[in-house]
Design a protein around this ligand. Structure first.
Ligand code: PBG
Length: 328
């Protein structure tokens, strides 16, 4: 028989056939948009290491939320920048019913009721040490931290949050939060677990955005070692057993193997977080003219879905959703 018997290029020959055989589609409903919120009025500060991304005060956040909704985004994840004078080693301000996070949740649920509001649960923005937990003799103590995280999660759902997203990597916090929700009548609230959160070098721009870099040491005693992958599946097993509703892998691009393994071994929806350093790299190379920024953005987002994530947390959410709309 003359070679080739099959010509694989037949399925790539034109736009119509490529669309027909494409296995992966992106849609605005895949995205969760992270938002950085700061105190004050009329504030829209560009984050220097995240060009094109901003910290908003609550008044200007409304405009941004309108744009997100117009783009088709239906879920947001809130982070707040806490003034230095409110930071301590106990997470006191994290529990303030009138804190910036709690006020933000109330504003969004009042003005944009259908938006799904998720909140970051971890102490680092509130910590005088910039760590995700309570520090004792330079150690990040697990169980005392979990107690505060539980109170923090309760305070977010009391303010109206739909979901909490614990990003701290303490042991046992998913189960403790789930149990507290059940006891307090919040049994229908969701938990997006940061299940496999690695001690990555890609979080720098985020720490600039919230002024939350660790004051001493690093986060390697609680975030995962990036040389490991089986451990991610152990975390996934535990988080699902403890009552998580969705599992997340973080960061994204360098961790597609983890996304794929987790998607194959768990039946829960899998989310991936394309973190600040990934955003910064794409923006920077794009600004230099070294890559086609928008094309690389879409390629990166597609890669997450191809690997098995259904949900993508990304600073590109609004732009990508708009781009999907205009190319539809
Ligand atoms: C804090 C938190 C971090 C990120 C999300 N939640 C930073 C960290 O763990 O130091 C990183 C997000 C990003 O880089 O985009 N618990």
């Amino acid at each position: 028989m003359p070679y080739p018997t099959r010509r694989n290029r037949i399925n790539r020959a034109n736009h119509a056939i490529r669309e027909l055989v494409a296995e992966t589609q992106l849609s605005a409903s895949d995205f969760i948009a992270p938002l950085f919120i700061t105190e004050g009025q009329g504030v829209k500060d560009e984050i220097s290491s995240m060009p094109g991304y901003y910290r908003f005060s609550l008044d200007l956040l409304k405009q941004e939320l309108e744009e997100l909704v117009a783009a088709g985004i239906q879920s947001v994840l809130l982070f707040v920048k806490v003034p230095d004078e409110l930071k301590d080693n106990a997470g006191t301000e994290a529990l303030n019913p009138n804190g910036l996070m709690q006020r933000s949740i109330r504003m969004i649920k009042t003005e944009f009721p259908p938006l799904l509001v998720m909140t970051d649960v971890a102490l680092d923005p509130y910590s005088s040490y910039g760590h995700d937990g309570i520090v004792e003799k330079e150690e990040i103590v697990n169980d005392a931290t979990v107690e505060v995280l539980v109170k923090m999660a309760l305070s977010h759902v009391q303010a109206g949050a739909d979901w909490v997203a614990p990003s701290d990597m303490m042991d046992g916090r998913i189960g403790a939060i789930r149990e507290a929700f059940n006891r307090a009548g919040y049994e229908n609230k969701g938990i997006l677990a940061y299940t496999a959160k690695y001690a990555s070098n890609l979080y720098g721009p985020f720490r600039d955005a919230l002024d939350s870099a660790p004051g001493f040491g690093d986060k390697k005693t609680y975030q995962m070692d990036f040389r490991n992958s089986r451990e991610a599946l152990l975390e996934a097993q535990e988080d699902s057993a403890e009552g998580a509703d969705m599992l997340m892998v973080k960061p994204g691009i360098f961790y597609l193997d983890i996304v794929q393994r987790m998607a194959q071994s768990s039946l829960l929806p899998i989310a991936v977080y394309q973190v600040s350093g990934e955003y910064a790299m794409i923006q920077a190379a794009g600004a230099k003219g070294w890559i086609n920024r928008e094309a690389v953005m879409m390629e990166s987002l597609i890669s997450f879905k191809r690997a098995g994530a259904k949900i993508i947390l990304t600073y590109f959410a609004k732009e990508a959703a708009n781009s999907l709309k205009s190319n539809a």
